[in-house]
Ligand binder design. Sequence first.
Ligand code: RM4
Ligand code: MN
Ligand code: MN
Length: 401
Amino acid sequence: MGNNGAGVAERDAQRVFSALDSFRIEVPSWGFANTGTRFGKFVQGGAATTIEEKFSDAAQVNALTGASPTVALHVLWDLPNGKADVAAIQALEKKYGMRSGSINPNLFQSAEYKYGSIANPSAEIRGIALKHLLDSAEIGRELGSKDLSLWIADGSNYPGTQSIRKRIGWMEEVLGAVHAALGEDQRMLIEYKPFEPAFYHTDIADWGMALELVRRCGPKAKVLVDTGHHPPSTNIEQIVTWLLHVKELGGFHFNDRKYADDDLTLGSIDPYQVFRIFHEILSAGERDRADVAFMIDQSHNLKGKVEAMVQTVVTAQELYAKAALIDQARLAELQQECRLVEAEECFRDTFWHDVRPVVREWRVARGLPGEPLKALAESGYVEKITRERANRNARSVSSYV
Ligand code: RM4
Ligand code: MN
Ligand code: MN
């Protein structure tokens, strides 16, 4: 960018305004609930334990950022009675001015899934998993939610203990049946993850496996990239570019990581990576990016839940705005001519440009608080929910709910 003339500033402001006007990122209901590690759980007085509290917190994040009007739901945790809970969710949507986002079935918590869900050697258990997936798809249809978001925890812990080949076939069968049951406007997103909870093989371990399954299922199936689900050093933006190229990228679960699936705040460890991912999406063109859902998949064990979620959305907005400022035409020219240092500087200089003042202008222009975290602190919301929820939280024992 270098040149800081008024014309450039005006052009930059326009780019940031139009990028932020269309930028939406979904917040997860489970990000407001008490969570822990396998070593312990530190209960927070203000954590949400009911679905109404989760809606209330999500609405607060949206009111402060203007970017998260939908909340992702986990069927088992948020609709424990399945379809019978749809009416209650609809009432909450109305009350809090929020909409239900992606529907996340749960195929990893019940005792019967010890040896897997859709890849379990038992036909009976695969049937239970399929039924849950079909019910979840119906819930999605009733709520008018577009994406059924599938994370399959299946795998094995020791070599030779399971037939990887047979399990592929079983997964194809179940996922195909789910695809066939999807409504006109519904999609199913298939998420991959290299390990955890399984530590030898995971049935959908990487984007190649997810992509192949998606292709076999049909046009309503797409790949979901969780940024925390790769071995260290993986070039995630390259995967993103390929998935965009073959038109099979459905969405993201954003979070940051240092070691494994850490679910840390987006951009807290490597903001440059998030910038690079956003660049690939923005440079793909409007039509190709239209159907890519941005979702947050984070759970904060130590940070305050609502504060961390506001911080995450703000970070996402800033990094998206930065990526929107890249001079695409200039960069393409420099790349074409192999002017390497100039190309890198064009890219890097944009990353270092401080977009916070113009993002702040956008917030004020849209009637939002200029500084969402400060506004949250001044609103007294966290103190209020801590007072109201502290008693119940003191008794809370279960994870994620
Ligand atoms: C997994 C994966 C899923 C999330 C669960 C709770 O690691 O990221 O998306 O639903 O965690
Ligand atoms: Mn995820
Ligand atoms: Mn994860």
